[in-house]
Design a protein around this ligand. Sequence first.
Ligand SMILES: *Cc1c(COP(=O)(O)O)cnc(C)c1O
Length: 383
Amino acid sequence: MNNFVNHPIISVDEIIRPTHLEIDLKALAENFSRIKKHVSPAKVMPILKANAYGHGLIRVAQLMEELNADYLGVAVLEEGILLRQIGIKMPILILGGILGNQVPLFLKHNLTITAHSIEKLRQIDETAAQMKTKAKVHLKIDTGLERIGVHYYNAENFLEVSLKCKNIEVEGIFSHFANSESTDLTHAKLQLERFLEVLRFFEKHSLKKPIRHFSNSGAILQLPDANLDMVRPGIMLYGVYPSANVKKTIEVRPALTWKSNVVYFKVIRAGHPVGYGSTWQANHDVRSVTVPVGYGDGYMRSMSGKAEVLLNGKRYPVIGTISMDQIVVNIENDSAYNGDEVILIGSDGKNSITAEELAEWAGTIPYEILTSINTRVPRVYVE
Ligand SMILES: *Cc1c(COP(=O)(O)O)cnc(C)c1O
């Protein structure tokens, strides 16, 4: 089945662009079950924000539902509403901050709200009362990321208020790590201690604990003490590790291959510069191919002068400046033909080019590489 992301589902023969992503659903399913097995009995909330890290929100959500994941996590309200509109029934937590005027939409679509201040709790409570329903919320505690949430040192009052809100069900409580993928876990451990201290509130008052969750990929791999009742894997679900030095205690493999095809072959004469700004030229004739992908697809311009691609089992450099829709590849004296497959991210058996490598060329992290592959690139799902 093929999904043109944010578009109606289209069939194979309607894909006219050679540049596309192949998403290996089996790899996604295996990564999920490895994580699940590793953290059991903790529950798993796959994180599907930013178009499922580029893998296509709709199909990945359907797969996670088929695999009986416990919860889904996305960043923004619209992602949650889209999942409801395509018929996803499982619980969905919107991880990001909320505005009071969004609350009716959360309630209408049965989406779980992140409550990150006393003021927001009151807005949620009032709206739920007006709509004669009960709001499901997860309380967000800031233990050291300084983004959203109530500071751990002010949490007691926040928890007390939450329990007095008659129209709110406090289903969960969570925090988020700043450095869990690092080799130095000092700050992560401090954050965990702070969170555990906040959670003593429930014991002190003999209250049933809500679902406690904290761990992203880095912590799942390196800090099993933080698994608690549920974990929130993002990048590792897609088979990419959160950093180069993280302990790889769970084996996962990339689910995404980014492919294109040669659309043009030519010989470039010695001394004839290539591309915008004429940044590259050779002192001898070179053979080259042109491939229809560029920064307009998320193939980042900042990789100019560094990027390589796979063609017929070999690595070749991208030459000149990466433009919006096209790149030029230097194949020196080798041969290539129109229609030959080009791999931008992925493996051809012998060689591979990873999202991590693109991140290095672009001076960024693999998260940004994956989430930048935009909706102009069709996603094709293979079982
Ligand atoms: C993005 C995100 C995650 C997943 O992080 P990864 O490092 O991709 O595993 C988990 N929790 C929250 C709150 C997030 O925003």
